[in-house]
Every structure is written in C-alpha cells, then in structure tokens.
Design a protein around this ligand. Structure first.
Ligand SMILES: *Cc1c(COP(=O)(O)O)cnc(C)c1O
Length: 218
C-alpha cells in the first residue's frame, strides 16, 4: 500500500500549528515507503524491532533521525547505540544501565525517554509513579533523559484515554520542578493523537494513518 501523502501533509500542517514533532512509525513497512516520506522532507522515523531497524538504517540516508519506540531488550541495546537518535521506551533501571554502558563504549550520549505505565492493561511496560519519583535522573553520564513516553489503554472509551494522558502530563510537570531539562512528552498514536495533543503531548508517534494498516503476516 502506498504512503498516504494527503494524510501526511494534513498532519504536518496540523502539528506545525501546535509545535508537535511527528515521529513517522514505519515498522513492518518497506524502505521504499520510508524513502517516499524522506523525499517529502521527513526525517524522524520510529521503529519497534531492533533487527528490522538495523537493516533499514543500513539501506537509508544517514541523516534520518531514528527513534526506537518498542520494548528494548538489554541484550540488543548494543546494536542500535551507534546511530539511534532517541530511545522512547526506557522502562527499567537495568535497561538504563546497559544503555549507559554501551553509550560509553561508543563515546556517545544517548537521549532517552522514560516510559511510564499509565494504562490499566497489564501488558503495557513502564515505570510506575513510585519508581519514577525514586529515580535519580542525572545519575548516568552517557544518557540524557529528555522526557516521558506513555501509551493509553487500547479502548474506544476516549474519556479514559484522555484521563490517562492527563495523568501523565501531571507526573511530567511534577518531575519538571526537580528536573527542568525534561521537555519531551511522547504520547499519541493514529487513533488518539488529537486527544494526546490536547492533553499536552509535544511528540506523536503515528504509523497507520500515514503508511496504511500493517500486515504482520507478510
Ligand atoms: C506501532 C506503534 C505506534 C504507531 O501506531 P499507529 O496506530 O499505527 O499510529 C506508536 N507507538 C508505539 C509504541 C507503537 O508500537
């Protein structure tokens, strides 16, 4: 399925007005689709799987800013550290330590977002509120924590989604009083990005609206 340029252009216009960064989520999509968007001037792309990301990055222009948005396993950190721009889903102290270690080896300082568990669903990864407030954010020399990332419950109930985003924004602002360097709030996907922005998001991760539905069977 081709890239939906009409949706993309409308989205870019809409986001520009509210100064929100668009991460185009290209997981499962071919490099041709990514290039099509690249040729329209887009540079921020998000991927969920390490092997897929590494393969695609090797075939695409190196001024792309790659965002890792999936669940990152510690044993795979080393594969993305040489080139990753922002890791969104940092959800444990163990992972922070490994990113810090690999970043040092690569003489890089890696930008990260802490994933916070805001949905009621059991399956979602992330720190909870208590873990978050106990975290010493500036402790890692080779990591710059830039903000928070969250995913709302997968539900038709948009009031619930809104409440979860609002809760995360509250935590974000609370944390900012101690750590004013935090400035990225990454929330919102194709179906809930408008609500996310209304509730304070300044970075949205959008896939299917731009690239079409994903087919995992292919
Ligand atoms: C797949 C994915 C997205 C994009 O989802 P769409 O519904 O296709 O916009 C955003 N964030 C994360 C963490 C994802 O895994």
């Amino acid at each position: 399925m081709p890239v939906n340029k009409k949706n993309y252009k409308q989205l870019i216009e809409e986001l520009r007005l509210s100064e929100v960064t668009l991460v185009a989520v290209s997981k499962t999509k071919p490099v041709e689709d990514i290039l099509e968007l690249y040729n329209l001037g887009h540079r921020d792309f998000g991927e969920n799987y390490v092997q897929e990301l590494v393969e695609k990055a090797g075939k695409l222009p190196n001024d792309i800013r790659w965002h890792f948005i999936g669940h990152l396993q510690t044993n795979k950190v080393k594969f993305i550290i040489p080139f990753i721009c922002l890791i969104h889903g940092v959800d444990s102290l163990k992972l922070l330590k490994e990113i810090d270690k690999q970043a040092r080896k690569n003489r890089r300082v890696i930008d990260c977002l802490l994933q916070v568990h805001i949905a009621q669903e059991e399956t979602k990864f992330g720190f909870d509120e208590n873990e978050l407030s106990g975290l010493e954010i500036s402790e890692f020399e080779n990591i710059k924590i830039k903000g928070l990332m969250g995913m709302a419950s997968f539900t038709e109930d948009m009031n619930k989604v809104r409440a979860e985003f609002r809760h995360l924004k509250t935590l974000f602002e609370k944390l900012q009083t101690t750590y004013p360097q935090l400035h990225i709030l990454s929330t919102g996907m194709s179906h809930d990005y408008k609500i996310a922005i209304e509730e304070g998001s300044n970075m949205v991760r959008i896939g299917s609206m731009i690239f079409g539905e994903r087919n995992y069977q292919k």
